[in-house]
Ligand binder design. Sequence first.
Ligand SMILES: [Zn+2]
Ligand SMILES: [Zn+2]
Length: 372
Amino acid sequence: MTPALNFRAAVLTRPGEKLRIETVQAEPPRAGEVLVRIAAAGLCHTDLEVIEGQLVYPMPIVPGHEAAGTIAAVGPGVDPGRIGQRVVLSWNPHCGRCFQCERGQPILCERYVSQGPDAVTFEGTTRLTLNGQPVRTMMHIAAFAEYAIVTSACAIAIPPEMPLDRACLLGCGVLTGVGAATRIAGLRYGDTAMVIGCGAVGLSAVQGARLAGASQIVAVDLDDKKLAIAREMGATHTVNARTADPVAAVRIITAGRGADCVLEAAGNETSFRLSTESCRAGGEIVWLGKVGVNQDVSFRWGALMGEKRITRSSYGGAQTATDFPALAQSYLRGDLKLDGLITQRIALEEINRGFDDLKAGRAIRSVIVFEE
Ligand SMILES: [Zn+2]
Ligand SMILES: [Zn+2]
């Protein structure tokens, strides 16, 4: 049996406080689990929600849910041949047998949904301790650490030549955005897509629209630098909503109809309203952003009329076991662009500055890179 491990992790003790780098202790992986040496982890808005207290979890907790690394050890029942595999981690463990899993929606897995708020492993226990006290595991990963213990099915092998600092992005932001465009929205060749918000998810939705064959892709943001990156990712038109009206812009290029599909990835009341106003009659709206769970959002009733379909998606209809390797192959072929999403690479000790940059809108993705 592998001996207990001590390693560095970013621990949040109370919402609103800074993360502290502590040495935590972990038991070896149990049956069905693997120990992953984290190589890179991205800083995502959902982590920021936990740090700021909008998303409530028990504390202390290690956040982080967008990561890639190498399998260092396996628990009983897991093929030891997996040791050394390079993997991207999924934050959606699922039982495969419940009502929702049987219906093909692992994101709604009843066990996953019921255990999520406890921030424990998928087996229902805490596996990390700090000074003898249990530490919680955000989204079944706790990626802001040198190691993570995850259920084996959530450590998904990718081609060995895939660089891990870019691979980590596939784990949350990229799959959410690409999947929303290619799978949830069901974009068709020649469609006009509009993407509101050009953070990591929105820029990935732009790419998903391009990969799905959309002929016109309108990217909307408040920051010209992000709009310039959207063009690199495949946007054919960009609109800075500070200075131009996105609804008018999309109508001009669609003979007045509006976009076939609107992907909302900004997460505020204005962007949700804009998504309904910009969509053509009979079109699709996919909401990826979020506001506080108790916040009301209002709409103009007329903007909802016309057989529009609205879907709220949190992981882009992820089928992670096949999506991660496919996305990695797409990157290696040069189709999926990831380098432009990384604003900076930082050390674990710089994590609080990284979140300051995310909050201020200065960073698309800051990626923590661990020594391999
Ligand atoms: Zn299930
Ligand atoms: Zn995320």
